[in-house]
Design a protein around this ligand. Structure first.
Ligand SMILES: [Zn+2]
Length: 319
């Protein structure tokens, strides 16, 4: 049996795992990132977590042929530097060089959303597919694209930021400084804003009851749950929100032609209310859908494990 070693580096936790060749996580070890600390301290802890998880799996480090890391940024292949990790405050840091001071293995680093997409493509909802688009609807909108079985990287490894494709000309200001990004409309944050606007226009809506008449308690479920109970204003919010998501996924699918679209993030728990209407709307937004079809959107199945599995298996998609 061959084993793979991976780390999913998040703003909150450093999650390390050992993955077997059937893509099962056989050991895991998680420690707080302590994102306020220095780059060197965090990297030393990453190496420590990798060694500890190997030990938990009962394997020597020599049993592995690489350490894969999913990080909230990307490596510029020209400079070998991790370019930008917002939640860590890192800019152009030599993460591979620093890791190698602590651990004697080849190190591969990719964007964490790309690693999650790879994990879902190898072992999750897109198992068996070679062309997979993954979109995560969370606080922001992230995603990864597997093209012909490999992670799509683009120039300087900086490719694939689906959340920052513009879907509304001169639209809502995005956190990235542009206007009208998919992230501003399709994220949970966007949905919450849309819900609040509708609540202010519809004082009788069930949505007010659902959040205890407290606008600060509105979350990603408020509109969905109220719509399920037949509230018209809530249903309008849900319809409009799904349309925004469908435009974003429809554009990406028209360009990249994935075989399947994985939708991740908390909102994907709304299976019937989100995915069924989303698949219907994709028929309108994917080029040639009536003749050649549109890719089916399905919910991610691996949760946080996708990032660990994808990171661990990075060496496999380099073969
Ligand atoms: Zn943006």
């Amino acid at each position: 049996m061959k084993y793979y070693l991976g780390i999913d580096l998040g703003g909150t936790n450093i999650a390390a795992g050992v993955v077997d060749e059937n893509y099962n996580i056989v050991a895991r070890h998680s420690i707080p990132t302590g994102a306020h600390r220095s780059f060197e301290e965090i990297v030393a802890d990453m190496a420590r977590a990798a060694k500890e998880v190997a030990e938990k799996a009962g394997l020597p480090l020599s049993a592995f042929t690489s350490l894969g890391v999913g990080s909230p940024s990307c490596i510029n292949p020209k400079t070998g530097l991790l370019t930008f990790a917002n939640n860590m405050g890192w800019r152009n840091v030599p993460i591979i060089e620093e890791l190698k001071k602590h651990i004697d293995l080849p190190v591969l680093v990719y964007n964490d959303a790309d690693c999650a997409a790879l994990g879902e493509a190898l072992a999750g909802a897109a198992k068996g597919y070679q062309n997979v688009l993954m979109i995560t609807l969370g606080t922001g909108v992230g995603g990864g694209m597997i093209l012909d079985g490999r992670i799509f990287k683009g120039a300087d490894g900086a490719g694939f930021e689906p959340g920052h494709t513009v879907i509304v000309y001169d639209g809502v200001m995005c956190t990235c400084g542009k206007k009208g990004c998919l992230e501003s409309y399709g994220s949970a944050t966007g949905l919450i804003n849309q819900t609040k606007v509708a609540m202010q226009a519809h004082p009788q809506s069930l949505m007010h009851e659902f959040c205890g008449h407290d606008l600060s308690k509105v979350d990603g479920r408020t509109a969905f749950e109220s719509a399920k109970q037949g509230d018209k204003a809530a249903q309008d919010v849900v319809d409009q929100y799904i349309s925004y998501v469908a435009v974003g996924i429809g554009n990406l699918s028209t360009v990249l032609r994935p075989e399947i679209v994985i939708v991740g993030g908390g909102i994907c728990n709304q299976k019937e209310c989100l995915l069924d209407p989303l698949n219907e709307k994709l028929q309108d937004y994917v080029f040639g859908a009536s003749d050649i079809g549109a890719p089916e959107a399905v919910a991610a199945t691996l949760g946080n494990d996708a990032g660990i599995i994808g990171a661990a298996l990075l060496e496999k998609c380099m073969e």
